[in-house]
Design a protein around this ligand. Structure first.
Ligand SMILES: [Zn+2]
Length: 163
């Protein structure tokens, strides 16, 4: 994806207020992120361990989500699969809950998905990060096809949040 600035990221949040988007922690090392290998940039908020964010470029514009991650300690022993990149991990998957955009979110509506705990789907898909021994599913898809699938799953997730 195209590199984004902090300002662009803050302006892209769809499921929190403008004030919250201003206060969220955005990574300081944006210039050093491997943008060309990212389908989305995801990070955990160092100031709020139960909070994560992600930003993707969908239909030509950046869309960012705030996610609540209740933590994955209890799931650590279970092998599970990320619903975005379909990487299987030995415990590296967390339930992430996104409040819905707009009034629905203010009334408590949310959408949940199991995501790679480190939000590094793009790197697993490209083989730049190893998900552990349990991850080696035999898949006949090419990397390009896996990237397409990841982007499609992510777009579907974002669409559910903004619906
Ligand atoms: Zn993933």
């Amino acid at each position: 994806m195209k590199p984004l600035t902090e300002q662009e990221i803050r302006a892209a949040f769809v499921n929190c207020t403008k004030g919250e988007a201003k206060r969220l922690s955005v990574p300081r090392d944006l210039a050093d992120r491997p943008w060309q290998d990212l389908d989305y940039l995801g990070w955990r908020d160092p100031q709020a361990p139960g909070r994560a964010c992600l930003v993707a470029e969908l239909d030509g514009r950046p869309r960012a989500l705030v996610l609540r991650s209740p933590g994955h300690a209890s799931q650590r022993m279970r092998r599970s699969m990320c619903s975005i990149c379909l990487t299987g991990h030995d415990g590296g998957v967390s339930l992430m809950v996104a409040p819905k955009a707009g009034r629905a979110g203010q009334q408590g509506d949310s959408v949940g998905a199991y995501l790679c705990s480190d939000l590094a789907c793009s790197l697993y898909v490209r083989g730049r990060k190893d998900a552990g021994a349990g991850a080696r599913l035999t898949e006949t898809l090419t990397v390009e096809e896996k990237i397409e699938r990841t982007v499609a799953n992510l777009a579907a997730f974002v669409a559910k949040v903004t619906a």
